[in-house]
Design a binder for this molecule. Sequence first.
Ligand code: PHE
Length: 391
Amino acid sequence: MIYSRGVVLGILGCLLAVVFTITGCSKPAGENAQQDKKAPQGIKIGHFASMTGSTATFGQSTDRGIRMAMDEINSKGGILGQQIVLITEDNQGKPEEAVNAALKLINQDKVVALLGEVASSRSLAVAPIAQQSKIPMISPASTNPKVTEVGDYIFRACFIDPFQGSAMATFAMKDLGLKKFAVFTDIKNDYSTGLAQFFKEKVKELGGEIVADESYSEGDVDFKAQLTSIKGKKPDAIFIPGYYTEFGLIARQARALGIKVPMLGGDGWDSDKTFEIGGEAINGCYYSNHYSSDDIRPEVQKFVSDYKKLYGSTPDAMSVLGFDAMMILADSIKRAGTTDNQKLRDAIAATKDYNGITGKVSMDAQRNALKPLVVLKINNGKTEFVKLVNP
Ligand code: PHE
């Protein structure tokens, strides 16, 4: 899918060329060829994303954010005198499809950089390919630490899970005064298993207790056996480091079984669909996230209102991270003065104090962005800002 002013102009150009040829007004072949060479090619950037599947809002929201950034840049004349052309490939939320998407973007479309993915497992599947091809890749939202460890061409525009897991454990114990936790993990999901581990480590360090450790797999719809076992252990709260589809169902079944304790989670809960699927069952639950739409900073409020005008809803964290990731990439191309892969890699690595919507972004030596997180509370179909946690 290519949507860009450059392409639209290109199509118009072709139509005109056809008209000129038909009417006999076409220029000599040599002149045409020269003109083609000078014609703006556009800077091609690839986005591989879950536009469909059980995490479809991840891909769709990110793509919206990226395109808002692209339109803003292109309307101001683009970068290096060229328009940005975004090519989005749907991976249906499957790691193997993410690999196919990335191979197509790199080998066929010849993109200068990759944006993606949200889910850590899909970023982990693609990162070795980007690294081997030396095509810089920026994940807007993957928080598992292993993603950027793949190599020096892999970056992210967000914080990582050791921070997120420990922040939520600290919040649960120090702010909410809870001590005994059940953890319910999506066992084949790198994000989920990583975040569960970091949460458990911090709980133990702070003198808390993990009284139940249960698991499920993405796509499961019946969680009653594990929830019954959790109920028997009488935890003060259940930590569920998973994605929104399963979390919504888990919450409903937990309430139906009479489990009343709060549920806690991470950024994977962030979706409009969470409220739809979870309904009243998720009231009083807390999760950590990359941004709060209640943030009064003018750049946040401008983004929220621009997004609402375009899409009629409040942006989630992925739209904001997609926007920031595109802006960081564009800023790096500008500073590099070229799309040469090695120079572009170096420029992304040198990103310092970039003023993003999700906060100031600097790449650390491990190519991760050091940023604060927010804790949100779910209340009647909305989130309420609870607190900001600095790294
Ligand atoms: N951090 C999650 C992961 O690494 C993805 C995610 C980011 C989900 C932001 C929602 C919001 O898999």
